[in-house]
Write a protein that binds this ligand. Structure first.
Ligand code: HEM
Length: 508
């Protein structure tokens, strides 16, 4: 009998094959040769260990610190490297350098993830997937930190930490999902409906990271060489086709192979089956945005393709596995605030808050000089930031204050010209945006996009989670989220949960 091993399983064999004949001596972390790694330095066989055993001290004191805090969300993930290639000219919309000419290639790193589970959580759970791309451009780092869905559950960052809490572990039982927490908050905020329908559709469990689309989700701004401004959304359409895992199979896989999606990505790239996505944009002019019947900056809404068709831009291809997971995937620092001239943020409340949150969390998770780690490192940095833990690039003898008369770095005129001047008005006020039309788009999704068999599976998937919460929360969820989408959706859920006699199936 034989057992078929995949490329991921053969990683060590491959290393050994390549390295044959050039075995190196062990060293301490400071590079001093280690004579004998197999035993600590003791006084006799049973004698105590000596403090002068530098090899042991070096090894253990590094080991005790070899974990960094995991990402507070999107902790479980996988990454790879490749390139973005321009296939269509969009310089009429943006002066951003990666788009400057057809055929141009920009190196990229990508990280895919689940949102709610911890670093070792199974891959094949029902959840949103992160879809984050780091572009290494001539103007420094540009990141698109999106998901595999075009919308999100909420649209105001004031609710973000609460929303994440309800997807994470119950603070008393330490169990997740906690169905009461989840459906309680969902049912109290009907703007969650759109993303909830997507999450509980077939797409809630993708077959792999390769078999799903990606979205920048937020609206961003584009500025062209003449200073003309437009609003833009990013779409990445998978060339592998959309494929999903049926829930029963996913449950089984979660037990059999916790890292199913991670393994799939590694093996596909290792055998030269490089995953790729076609990159499209949607463009909305400021005039169209002013007249739009829906808020173009609302993260719970899409821009209808009929009104704003997909414009082809290029493609992204992943053709290289990380040479080390911790160094290149765990330590990668994606940030929506990493923008380049020609690309601007939008007033989306969620995006505005994210502009703060990522650098803040990276400084905590990876230290103040996380941008100097090789995987995050832009080609060149010249500025007036200095020092702190882990400084690698101390910028030589350049002055550390601005302005100066000693040849320190100066303002970049092109970047200044491309920065738009935006007129702002309004009262400083806390305005709840949660009651803007929450149902037209979910209704389109339910009635027009999903086929009947997909609607049936959606109901089954919703029932599978709803049946575990209390009747009061079940009722409120149906009334606040699903009746307004389509009364027949509400009724299907009611029937499945409460039965023909209107009795609850649940025992508390
Ligand atoms: C990761 C905050 C909304 C996509 C993270 C992390 C934080 C965070 C703190 C961990 C980052 C790290 O440790 O490297 C927030 C806040 C949000 C928000 C405060 C809203 C106010 C969103 C939205 C999306 C998104 C709307 C997608 C459209 C991601 C992705 C990652 C991530 C893909 C993982 C990045 C990676 O692979 O390293 N977020 N997030 N987040 N977030 Fe958000």
């Amino acid at each position: 009998k034989t057992f078929q091993r995949d490329a991921a399983a053969n990683q060590l064999l491959q290393y050994a094959e390549k390295r044959e004949g050039e075995k190196k001596s062990i060293t301490t972390n400071s590079g001093n040769p280690v004579g004998y790694k197999d035993a600590s330095l003791t006084v006799g066989y049973h004698g105590p260990t000596l403090l002068q055993d530098v090899m042991l001290l070096d090894d253990l004191s590094h080991f005790t610190k070899e974990r960094n805090p995991e990402r507070v969300v999107h902790a479980k993930g996988a990454g790879a490297f490749g390139y973005f290639e321009v296939t269509h000219d969009i310089t009429q919309y943006t002066a951003a350098k990666p788009f400057s000419e057809i055929g141009k290639r920009t190196p990229i790193a990508m990280r895919f993830s689940t949102v709610a589970g911890e670093r070792g959580y199974p891959d094949t759970v029902r959840d949103i997937r992160g879809f984050a791309i780091k572009f290494y451009t001539e103007d420094g780092i540009w990141d698109i930190v999106g998901n595999n869905t075009p919308v999100f559950f909420i649209k105001d960052a004031a609710l973000f930490s609460s929303f994440i809490h309800v997807m994470k572990r119950n603070p008393v039982t330490n169990l997740r999902p906690d169905y009461d927490m989840f459906w309680d908050m969902e049912s109290l905020r009907p703007e969650t409906t759109h993303q909830t329908l997507i999450t509980f559709s077939d797409r809630g469990i993708p077959r792999s990271y390769r078999h799903m689309h990606g979205y920048g989700s937020h609206t961003y701004g584009f500025v062209n060489h003449e200073g003309k401004f437009s609003w833009v959304k990013y779409h990445f359409v998978t060339n592998q086709g959309i494929q999903n895992i049926p829930p029963k199979e996913a449950e089984k896989l979660a037990g059999q192979d916790t890292d199913y999606h991670t393994r799939d990505l590694y093996n596909a790239i290792a055998k030269g089956d490089y995953p790729s996505w076609d990159f499209f944009i949607q463009i909305m002019t400021p005039e169209q945005a002013d007249k739009s019947p829906y808020d173009p900056f609302d993260l719970t809404k899409v821009w209808l393709h009929a009104d704003y068709p997909l414009i082809p831009v290029g493609r992204i291809v992943l053709n290289k596995n990380p040479s080390n997971y911790f160094g290149e995937v765990e330590q990668i620092a994606m940030d929506v605030a990493h923008l380049i001239p020609g690309i601007e943020p939008s007033p989306d409340r969620m995006l505005q808050a994210r502009m703060f949150a990522y650098r803040d969390t990276h400084q905590y998770r990876l230290g103040p000089n996380y941008n100097q780690l090789p995987v995050n490192s832009p080609y060149s940095v010249h500025n007036y930031s200095r020092d702190g833990y882990g400084t690698v690039n101390s910028q030589g003898g350049a002055p550390n204050y601005h302005p100066n008369s000693f040849e320190g770095p100066v303002n970049d005129e092109r970047a200044h010209e491309l920065a738009p001047s935006i007129p702002l008005h309004g009262e400083a006020k806390r305005i709840d945006s949660g009651n803007d039309d929450n149902f037209s788009q979910p209704r389109l999704l339910y009635q027009r996009v999903l086929k009947e068999d997909e609607r049936e599976r959606l109901v089954d998937n919703l029932v599978d989670w709803l049946k575990r919460t209390t009747p009061a929360i079940q009722k409120r969820t149906i009334e606040n989220l699903f009746d307004p989408v389509d009364k027949s959706l509400g009724n299907r859920l009611r029937e499945a949960l409460f039965g023909d006699e209107g009795e609850f199936h649940i025992e508390i």
